[in-house]
Design a protein around this ligand. Structure first.
Ligand code: ADP
Ligand code: ZN
Length: 215
């Protein structure tokens, strides 16, 4: 049986961290449109150039672009075992396009996980976040520092701050989330798919809750 899951939550809610843990645990593919876009930026692709303008301002990349990326990724063979979408869909138009794609391919979403956090928490988390340039692991200067400053514990890669993790851009990302992504909560609640969790709880606690829901 496959498990098809969406993780919803504000920027900094910890959804990327949970997605990374779950993909290991459940053996299904995690798909992060944000990561795919950042890979395109560092590869200097045409898509990356277009996307960067929006991302640096904390705005959403146009629906057609991200939907195309997501659908291409969902069509690969590893997704037949199940998938975990992190950061997609982010607008109602994307959710509808996803539904159309899935039903056209005899698939459906099994669960939508919502990780709830407050705005203050998000600003604190993101402005202190550092990520590994090589493996993507995530740290926090105050609450989860690496053993050696600026160096990844896992792979010794260089830790950097994402260009959209400065306070001004973070505030804009939160506004965009409230305006464009919050409506998805009602959309999925209406379909009976939504499960909501407290994002202020510890990482392990949230992870355990999700595992119980999905297995
Ligand atoms: P976060 O959830 O912390 O904001 P992501 O890596 O998911 O981080 O997204 C980073 C940026 O990439 C977003 O602010 C947006 O500009 C772009 N992006 C990612 N996914 C989407 C999407 N589904 N639709 C539009 N833009 C997206
Ligand atoms: Zn690393």
């Amino acid at each position: 049986m496959s498990t098809n899951v969406i993780i919803l939550g504000a920027p900094g809610s910890g959804k990327g961290t949970q997605a990374a843990k779950l993909t290991h645990y459940l053996g299904i593919s995690a798909i992060s449109t944000g990561e795919i876009l950042r890979a395109n930026i560092s590869d200097g692709t045409e898509l990356g150039k277009r996307a960067k303008e929006y991302m640096d301002k904390g705005e959403l990349v146009p629906d057609e672009l991200v939907t195309e990326i997501a659908v291409e990724r969902l069509g690969r063979s590893d997704c037949t075992k199940g998938f975990l979408l992190d950061g997609f869909p982010r607008t109602l138009a994307q959710a509808e396009a996803l539904d159309a794609y899935l039903s056209g391919n005899g698939k459906k979403i099994d669960k939508v996980l919502l990780i709830n956090v407050t705005e203050d928490m998000v600003v604190r988390r993101l402005s202190g976040r550092r990520v590994c340039r090589s493996c993507g692991a995530s740290y926090h200067v105050a609450t989860m520092p690496p053993a050696k400053e600026g160096v990844c514990d896992l792979c010794s890669g260089e830790l950097i701050q994402r260009s959209d993790d400065n306070e001004e851009t973070v505030r804009n990302r939160i506004r965009v989330y409230e305006q464009q992504t919050l409506p998805l909560i009602e959309y999925y609640r209406g379909k009976g798919l939504l499960a909501s969790m407290d994002g202020e709880a510890g990482l392990e606690e949230i992870f355990a809750e999700i595992v119980e829901l999905l297995t």
